[in-house]
Structures are given as C-alpha cells and as structure tokens.
Ligand binder design. Structure first.
Ligand SMILES: [Zn+2]
Length: 405
C-alpha cells in the first residue's frame, strides 16, 4: 500500500551521545513519506505551478526516492484538473494521490483524471464551518462507500484536530473506518499543536484504530517539523511534508528538515538521495517564486495572506478559522490576493468591497483572467478588477442585454 519510506537503522553510523542513543530506537516501524508540494505548496498565496512545472517537480522527487505524491486538487479549476490528469498520464512511476472536497462530484472528477488514491477533509472543530456536525457524519458513510465502489483508495482527514473535541474526531474516524476508508489523517490545520500534544494524540489514535494514520502539521508557530517527528515516535504511518515546507501561510513540515533529523539524530537509513535535496528545493523555490523568508512563521511576508477561495470564504465568516491567533497580536493583518485558487465568491466579495455588484457573466470572465495571469506568474491587483468590472459591465449592458446598436 505504501509507496515510499521504509527505513532501516544505519548501524554503521557513528553512535551519538547517550542522550541520542536513548531516543534513536523510538522510531522503529515502517512509515511512508508523502510529499504534498504540488497541492499544499501550490496553495501558498501567489504560487501557481504550471503543468510542466508539476511534472518536473514530480520527476525530481521520484528520482530522489519520494514516489508518494499528492498531485493537486482537481476541483479547484479545469486547469488544475488537466494538470493532475497530465501528471497521472506522464509515464512517471509515481504513486499519485489528489485532494477532494467532501463532495461526491470531486470523487467523480478524481476518477475522471485517472487518480486512484484520494483524500478529503472534514473539520472536527466548530471553528471551521459546515461539516463538523451531525449532517456531516450522516453523509460520511455514504461518501466513503461511494469512493470505494469506484475502487479508489480513500484517506479521510479530520481537519483542525487541535481545536476539536477528541470524541468528535474519534467518531469521524470510526465511521470512516467502518465504511471502508483506507487511511485516516490527524491534521493540525492552523498549527496549534505542540510536540507533546502531537505524541499524545497520535498514540491515542493508534490505540483505537487499525487503519494507517497519516499526520499533517502546519507551521504557524514554527512547530510543524517537531510535531511530525513526535507523531512518528507515537507510531504515525504516513508523514506529510513538502519541499521547503511550502504550503498555506507558514507552510507545513519541511521535507528536508524531517529527513535530516531522521538521518542524523535517529540514525535511520532513508530510501532517499539526500545529496539532491538542495537541488530539488532550489527548483521548487524558483518555480514558486517564494523563499524561506516569505514563509517564516509570524514575520514572513506571506504568512497572513490568503488566496485559496475556500479559505477566504471561511475567513470572512470567522477571522480565526485559518489562524492560530489574531495577526494584530504581532502587528500584522489578514490580506487576500487573487490567483490560481481564487473562487467566484472571492471575486464577487472584492468587487462588493469596491461598490460593484457583479453579474455572474462578468464575475466568471474576471476569474478566468485571474487564473490565466496566475499561470503566467503575473499578479492581478484589485485596481485591475475594478477596471475590468467596469468595462465588462458596460459591454454586457450595451451589447448583450440591449443588443448591438
Ligand atoms: Zn495543509
């Protein structure tokens, strides 16, 4: 079932200090290293990997030994669905997964793209709207069985575990496991977990459930790598990482840091060519146009900036939905920007803020332009939205609604 990551202890390595020797046997099980750069990294505000870039990054990851790869989020846009499909059909020997919303149409779309392994999230906390309640639980059994009937591997993620009641999290896992899910995920969506909490929660999940457990830690407070290691000590079966830790806001656990901690301190013999880590990092950095200073927790340029429409919609309802604390506490504020992951709702919201009520036709035309520019790595400022809205509304009025004069 796993694609990457089976580890042997390297007894030839120089033995560490007594202190290191006490911990080096605390990870002695097989686990998978799952790279999410092409999905989570692509969601970082301002990043838009093209299809060719996705394929090149995947190729380099596979070459260094990381073959379990999250290819993308097909329902974000037709362009993204095409990119995921192209990656699956590229001939690369990757074990490709994709992310879906909790929506049956996304299962169908993933299937159409040729993806055989999918993941989806349900918030466990009430900080994120919608799906934590009874209705979500009622749908879950059917959702899992629908995917399994199509022969798909299914991973169910409980989002925002840190702010959830563990009893709610366990109920969701139990329904998913009983319905036939293949894996569950402990996701610390806003980076509020400490290593002690990560270890404790991981152990509790491992004691209760038999299907493999994935872990996904965000880095808003700089703890993602430490939490990932702690969860491995607790028995996690899959760790989710990205190149340079690239992801939403301050990102997630960094692949390079996790691998080198496992190699250096835990003396694990990794099935990864670590001598190429910098090359892969530099490639992703150049394609993304983002470096470590931009994503540094708390002070990085991008860590309070949002592009993903689904997150923007949540933030408009609850400013703390996707942050562990109010940015004003550190002299910062939320910012939104347009890009590949913008949605019709974020276009309409920004137009409204500028006193413009968009028709669906104009809104969709603007969204297409935003996405096209993003794929060409060109920013779309608010001022351009206002200009386009005014011009398109005039065209619509003069030539469509009233006919060509
Ligand atoms: Zn994430």
């Amino acid at each position: 079932m796993f694609g990457t990551g089976f580890i042997l202890r390297d007894d030839k390595m120089e033995t560490g200090t007594n202190l290191e020797t006490t911990i080096e046997h605390s990870i002695d099980h097989c686990f998978e290293i799952h790279d999410v750069t092409l999905r989570e990294g692509d969601q970082h505000a301002g990043v838009a990997f093209s299809t060719d870039e996705k394929i090149e990054i995947a190729k380099r990851l596979i070459e260094i030994g990381i073959s379990s790869i999250q290819a993308g989020f097909p329902s974000l846009s037709p362009i993204e669905a095409e990119a995921v499909s192209a990656l699956v059909n590229s001939g690369l020997k990757g074990d490709f997964h994709c992310l879906c919303r909790y929506d049956l149409r996304d299962i169908d779309l993933a299937d159409t793209c040729g993806i055989r392994k999918i993941g989806f999230s349900i918030p466990g906390s009430t900080s994120l709207s919608g799906n934590a309640g009874k209705l979500a639980r009622q749908k879950l059994d059917y959702f899992v069985k629908y995917a399994k009937d199509k022969g798909l591997f299914l991973r169910m993620s409980c989002e925002d575990v840190a702010r959830s009641e563990l009893s709610t999290v366990f109920t969701l896992y139990e329904i998913a496991e009983n319905a036939g899910a293949d894996m569950i995920t402990f996701a610390d969506t806003v980076g509020r977990v400490t290593p002690t909490m990560a270890l404790h929660i991981t152990k509790q999940i491992k004691e209760r459930f038999t299907i493999p457990l994935a872990v996904h830690f965000h880095n808003d407070l700089g703890l993602a790598t430490a939490n990932t290691i702690a969860s491995l000590e607790g028995g996690a079966d899959q760790i989710q990482v990205s190149v340079g830790g690239l992801g939403e806001r301050a990102g997630i656990a960094s692949m390079e840091e996790v691998l080198m901690i496992l190699h250096t301190i835990y003396r694990l013999q990794l099935p990864v060519d670590t001598t190429k880590l910098y090359e892969v990092f530099a490639l992703v950095r150049d394609y993304a146009g983002v470096d470590g200073a931009d994503t540094k927790p708390i002070v990085g340029r991008d860590v309070f900036t949002h592009e993903c429409g689904l997150h923007v919609e949540e933030l408009l309802k609850n400013p703390l939905s996707y942050h562990p604390f109010d940015p004003c506490l550190v002299g910062r504020k939320f910012e939104f920007r347009f890009g590949k992951h913008s949605t019709p709702e974020t276009i309409s919201y920004t137009a409204n803020q500028n006193g413009i009520d968009l028709s669906p036709m104009t809104r969709d035309a603007i969204l297409s332009t935003v996405q096209l520019l993003a794929l060409n790595k060109v920013d779309f400022p608010n001022s351009l939205l206002v200009q386009m809205a005014e011009a398109l509304q005039k065209i619509e009025k003069d030539y469509i609604n009233e006919g060509v004069q």
